[in-house]
Design a protein. Sequence first.
Length: 63
Amino acid sequence: MSKSNLTEKEIQEKIRKVDGAMAQEGMPLTKEIKKKLYDCLTGKSTYEKERKKIIEKYRRIYE
């Protein structure tokens, strides 16, 4: 996985902006979701991997 070129401050700002936008819609981010975003932004995970995990989780629940 590639290392992010973003600074810690930039990463936290991006997460804060997403959280703010979601909160305006009545859906603030949980600590778990913020951690997933952080992992994606720092290169510890990818959006594709996290998306697949979520789809698989709900596929098992609703089958």
